[in-house]
Design a protein around this ligand. Structure first.
Ligand SMILES: C[S@@+](CC[C@H](N)C(=O)[O-])C[C@H]1O[C@@H](n2cnc3c(N)ncnc32)[C@H](O)[C@@H]1O
Length: 240
């Protein structure tokens, strides 16, 4: 395959039809031939908030807050965090943030660090998200809060692992189900911006795994969804 230098790529958009750019053909193909898999089975709340708003509200509760973001990408959330750089930790093996490594390596290397607010938004696959969650719980200060992105997938393809389309939550909802059944964990999901998980730990908390959950799919999620502690944005703002 011919490799196109990066600097020429931006010019290509003027010459090459949109459809030939990576991903666009797949999106078009899905929208014509795979309509069933992309149909939304429910919608998120439409309101004037996103994950940045809730994370920043939580940060404002702490004096000298220490913030960790797992999976930073284009720094969209990371750049909105109004803390001095010594208190901002953004971990991503590919791009964004200030620690170029996987979350597993970060927790191994910086085993003594503790945080007040942690945002988990790394690899959207069940096993990795569960590891990120359990590690984050160990690194959370008393009264700290952990947020997650993408806990409420709306369609078969939005949930499917491996990824099938641009808008992708993956199967990390399985971690949400386990958290909702865990011991001494105060857990809610805000029904906005793809589903924002939010948790606080109580004394003697315990993460409880569910046998066989790894093999469940989107249809199972639709059933489990009824049991999740889903709240709206206004309710969330009151409890953060
Ligand atoms: C959805 S993006 C993050 C978006 C960002 N948090 C935001 O809200 O704008 C997911 C990121 O996770 C990163 N990632 C993938 N595997 C990871 C891992 N094992 N540890 C940390 N980050 C990972 C990817 O490189 C990607 O940049």
């Amino acid at each position: 395959m011919i490799k196109i230098p990066k600097k020429f790529k931006s010019l290509f958009k003027y010459f090459v039809p949109y459809i030939f750019f990576s991903g666009n053909f797949r999106e078009l193909f899905n929208s014509v031939f795979r309509r069933k898999q992309i149909i939304h089975k429910f919608e998120h709340e439409k309101n004037f908030y996103n994950r940045h708003a809730f994370i920043n509200k939580a940060i404002s509760k702490f004096e000298n807050c220490k913030y960790l973001e797992i999976g930073v990408s284009n720094n969209d959330v990371f750049n909105s965090i109004p803390l001095s750089m010594e208190n901002k930790f953004g971990v991503d093996p590919v791009y964004g943030g200030n620690y170029r490594m996987t979350s597993d390596d970060f927790f191994k290397k910086y085993s003594d660090l503790k945080f007040d607010v942690i945002f988990i938004d790394g690899l959207h696959e069940y096993d990795q998200c569960k590891k990120d969650c359990i590690n984050s719980m160990k690194h959370l200060n008393h009264d700290g809060i952990i947020f997650f992105h993408d806990f409420l997938p709306r369609s078969f393809f939005e949930e499917k692992v491996p990824r099938k389309q641009k808008s992708w939550s993956g199967d990390i909802w399985k971690v949400a189900i386990e958290l909702s059944k865990s011991k001494n964990i105060d857990f809610k999901i805000i029904n906005i911006d793809m589903g924002i998980g939010m948790l606080k730990l109580k004394k003697d908390f315990e993460y409880r795994s569910i046998d066989g959950i790894k093999n469940k799919d989107f249809n199972d999620f639709l059933e489990y969804r009824e049991t999740l502690p889903i709240i709206n944005s206004e309710e969330a703002l009151k409890i953060i």
